[in-house]
Design a protein around this ligand. Structure first.
Ligand code: AMP
Ligand code: GLY
Length: 425
């Protein structure tokens, strides 16, 4: 099969690595890819949001399936673009329809969907510029900390958690005034949930679903979960406190009603659902849905997934996921992200990355890298993710940490405490 994979981060390198292992993937293109994906297939310099350009490429190269990594092309409707084009409709796109992608593309949509299906989540209200004063009244009554969420996609920056009520009012006004552009034209105010987060990944063909290995992501820049939010500084899988009993609750209260709700609303969904959950005294609540895999969670979930990825994608497109059994590697996987100094604020790119070729016992997934004159250079805030296996996550972490120290570039920073909070549980 000839496959086109969209995206260019660590998640996409993890996808590409797995396609490379598959005997059913004859040729892999990655648009735009990075220096890591170039080792697994052919990078093509196309923007995943430029659908007409993708069409030309897909037809020229006889691509037989498109797998979408990031959310933006999905929220912009790439599934529907292919499905409604005479020349493209026979080519499956792995990812939800534009309506399905609203689970991530609109917080208000996701909250209303959960309310309708009685899926446990924080209580909420939504407001626009027209209901500003009701919103301010509501803030007077909401317990602190207060959670404000811009409705639309805001590059991971649209959620604010504020302990000061006056500050919350100021930010609420600023959001409606365009602080996050169009994404904040509608704002969700919700109650704060106090607990421990984890990520559940579901693959659905629209009828059936399969649950992939569970992971935990570390979003803050600083050790001990301090400082600014990032795209993710590391991840572990499995997550011990998410035991069989917890997964039974998640499946019954969240996954089954989610799949059923999509069907009831006639929403076409053939792809990944990433459910961000929080355990509050052992009870799962949904924090958010994403319409794609997580990054860096994919860098620990896919290495633990023993199934052939092409087979999984084809079964998703054909509606035959019920024939598949998910097989997990019982070992623990940990990934540590090396980032550019300054990230998640301003940072510089183009630093030479040394010692990549000397890394042993870990897989290095490239996130923000590029090749220039045969040298691998930094090309983003998150640079590479170092994934290792161990009998337990402490063992895996020690290997990743050792290799994180070996790799060198100007301004390199990483968190050495990924997964350590779990040791105390
Ligand atoms: P989201 O983009 O909705 O995932 O929110 C980003 C982060 O904000 C989450 O990963 C949580 O750490 C935090 N968060 C979001 N909603 C809540 C909530 N209702 N209670 C506590 N923390 C939250
Ligand atoms: N690691 C969180 C995300 O992919 O959104």
């Amino acid at each position: 099969m000839k496959i086109l994979l969209l995206g260019g981060g660590g998640r996409e390198h993890a996808f590409a690595h797995k396609f490379q292992e598959s005997p059913f993937c004859e040729q892999l293109f990655i648009a735009p890819g990075n220096a890591g994906t170039a080792q697994c297939g052919t990078n093509v310099n196309l923007n995943p949001n430029d659908f007409p350009a993708l069409k030309t490429f897909v037809l020229e190269q006889d691509v037989e399936m498109v797998v979408v990594g990031p959310e933006e092309p999905l929220v912009r409707g790439i599934f529907d673009f292919f499905g409604t084009d005479d020349e493209l409709e026979h080519i499956p796109v792995i990812g939800p329809s534009q309506k399905g992608a609203q689970l991530e593309g609109s917080k208000a949509f996701a909250k209303a969907f959960m309310a309708e299906q009685q899926i446990p989540t924080a209580d909420y209200q939504e407001f626009t510029q027209d209901t500003l004063s009701e919103g301010l009244d509501f803030l007077d009554k909401t317990a602190t900390p207060i959670v404000l969420k811009a409705d639309g996609l805001a590059a991971g920056k649209g959620v604010l958690i504020l302990t000061d009520r006056e500050e919350a009012k100021k930010e609420f006004r600023a959001m409606l005034d365009g602080k996050f552009g169009e994404a904040g034209a509608r704002v969700v105010i919700e109650s704060f949930l106090d607990g421990i987060e984890f990520s559940v990944f579901v693959l659905t063909d629209g009828r059936d679903y399969k649950i992939l290995p569970v992971a935990k992501d570390y979003k803050r820049i600083g050790e001990g979960d301090t400082g600014l939010n990032t795209g993710g500084m590391g991840a572990v899988s499995p997550v011990h406190f998410v035991d069989e009993k917890m997964m039974e609750k998640v499946e019954k209260r969240v996954i089954i009603p989610t799949i059923k709700g999509l069907q009831q609303r006639d929403i076409i969904y053939q792809g990944f659902i990433f459910i961000g959950l929080i355990s509050v005294d052992g009870e799962p609540f949904v924090i958010e849905y994403n319409c794609r895999m997580g990054d860096p969670e994919t860098e620990v979930v896919f290495p633990r997934l023993k199934n052939d990825l092409t087979e999984l994608m084809v079964a998703t497109a054909n509606g035959t996921l019920h024939e598949i059994t998910i097989e997990e590697d019982p070992r623990a996987a940990t990934t540590i992200m090396l980032v550019s100094g300054g990230y998640p604020e301003a940072y510089t790119k183009g630093k030479v990355i040394h010692n990549l070729e000397n890394i042993k016992n870990s897989t290095v997934f490239h996130a923000g890298t590029k090749i220039k004159n045969d040298q691998v250079l930094t090309n983003g805030g998150r640079v590479v993710a170092i994934t290792s296996f161990g009998e337990n996550f402490m063992e895996a972490l020690a290997i990743s940490k050792n290799n994180a120290e070996q790799i060198a570039f100007d301004g390199k920073y990483f968190r050495s405490d990924i997964g350590m909070d779990l040791a105390a549980l």
